[in-house]
Design a protein around this ligand. Structure first.
Ligand code: ZN
Length: 139
């Protein structure tokens, strides 16, 4: 086992590896592959399968690529979009998780998400990020 891991390490030396763009490509290809299980329409089925396979091949190509500079450039273009989507899902999950005990507000000044205990009455909320204060009423 140790020898096998060592060989993989040697193989990956100087290669780009895995990043946010590769993660997204892999997830998209898996999702499309699952979708093809439910699509029985002949040409659409083949098209979706080809797209899923090409995304997977692109993911493998990027992971094994030795042109790290170019791969990093691609990832830096993609990363802001990835982080926006990731943060949206994070906040949505948190809102769902503490929906009964807390409320979420956006800071009017810096747009940061603020979590406030769900207690009835008027509250002065202070943003810990920028220090801005604003009023909210919880009924
Ligand atoms: Zn703020």
């Amino acid at each position: 086992m140790q020898n096998f891991l060592y060989k993989i390490q040697e193989f990956m030396r100087g290669r780009y590896g895995f990043d946010e763009l590769n993660k997204t490509l892999l997830v998209l290809s898996i999702v499309l592959n699952i979708i093809t299980r439910f699509v029985y329409n002949f040409p659409a089925h083949i098209i979706i399968q080809v797209i899923a396979l090409s995304l997977f091949v692109l993911c493998v190509f990027r992971t094994l690529s030795r042109n790290c500079y170019q791969r990093e450039k691609e990832n830096s273009v993609f990363k802001p979009f990835y982080e926006k989507v990731r943060d949206f899902f994070k906040i949505t999950y948190k809102k769902f998780r503490d929906g009964r005990t807390h409320r979420y507000y956006k800071c009017p000044n810096c747009k940061a998400q603020l979590r406030v205990k769900n207690v009835k009455g008027a509250h002065t909320i202070r943003c810990p990020k920028c220090g801005y204060q604003f009023q909210k009423k919880i009924r």
